[in-house]
Design a protein around this ligand. Structure first.
Ligand code: SF4
Length: 252
């Protein structure tokens, strides 16, 4: 075997190992012990320095701010999505999180439970967060629209225009340093995406709040297109780098 062939084979093996690590991290294959393995269940990694409390706002801190915003939303009938919803899915998590995760809107499981990202896509999001060394309680998770669009259709322009100001106020209250923006609907609202998500994913964009926005594919899309998990992992690794997280840290 010539040196050239040996070198080429070495590159193929290294590429395959990197892909395997990604697949394991998102649970596509049985994870084996390694730097990308998700943390053991119930053992959320502790990142006290990363998620140290933000300076309290003038009205009693972000927890009180979110509570007041939820009250203001009330049993909202501001747009037509209220007609078929069971529950408003406001959002949940750490009101002082540095990472906010924004999706499109609730699905059937979320509509039933009133909680964001609890269905199959939510379980995949949890695996992505676990691969980052985070439990879902350490970030804040919400959506552009708070009520389920019928048959899981995309929210329409008027619905987004009516509901998204509540997402923007959640961002103002929480003041995350980073936003993981899941899917095209969230990217259109948060960074003014025009065209396909592939145009903007993979690099940071500035949000008017000062947060760094990383657009990437929605977990529901990944369930249909599992090969693109590698692209999401590439995006997520950039967020981890800026937050000082490492896959190695997920083991500690
Ligand atoms: S989607 Fe938003 S604006 Fe529309 S009814 Fe629900 S909470 Fe209100």
């Amino acid at each position: 075997m010539t040196d050239d062939v040996r070198e080429e084979l070495g590159g193929v093996v290294r590429g395959a190992q990197a892909l395997l690590g990604t697949l394991q991290a998102f649970g596509l294959r049985e994870a084996s012990p390694g730097v990308l393995a998700a943390p053991a269940s119930g053992a959320a990694p502790v990142q006290p320095a990363l998620f140290a409390p933000a300076a309290p706002g003038p009205e009693g801190g972000p927890e009180a701010g979110l509570q007041a915003l939820r009250q203001e939303l009330g049993e909202c009938t501001r747009c037509k999505l209220h007609r078929k919803r069971r529950h408003i899915v406001f959002g949940e998590g750490d009101a002082r999180a540095r990472l906010l995760v924004a999706g499109e809107g609730p699905g059937a499981d979320e509509d039933r439970s009133g909680r964001p990202f609890v269905g199959e896509a939510g379980q995949l999001l949890e695996r992505i967060l676990a691969a980052m060394g985070l439990g879902r309680e350490r970030v804040y998770i919400c959506n552009v629209v708070k009520c389920r669009p019928p048959s899981n259709r995309q929210p329409e322009e008027d619905e987004v225009a009516t509901c998204a100001p509540f997402l923007e106020r959640q961002i103002e209250i929480i003041r995350p340093s980073h936003i993981l923006c899941l899917g095209a609907t969230a990217a259109r609202r948060l960074i003014g995406l025009e065209g396909p998500l592939g145009k903007v994913r993979g690099r940071f964009h500035d949000h008017p709040s000062g947060a760094r926005v990383m657009p990437t594919y929605h977990p529901a899309y990944l369930l249909r297109n599992p090969l693109d998990k590698k692209l999401v992992w590439d995006d997520v690794k950039q967020v981890m780098a800026e937050l000082g997280l490492s896959a190695e840290g997920a083991k500690r």
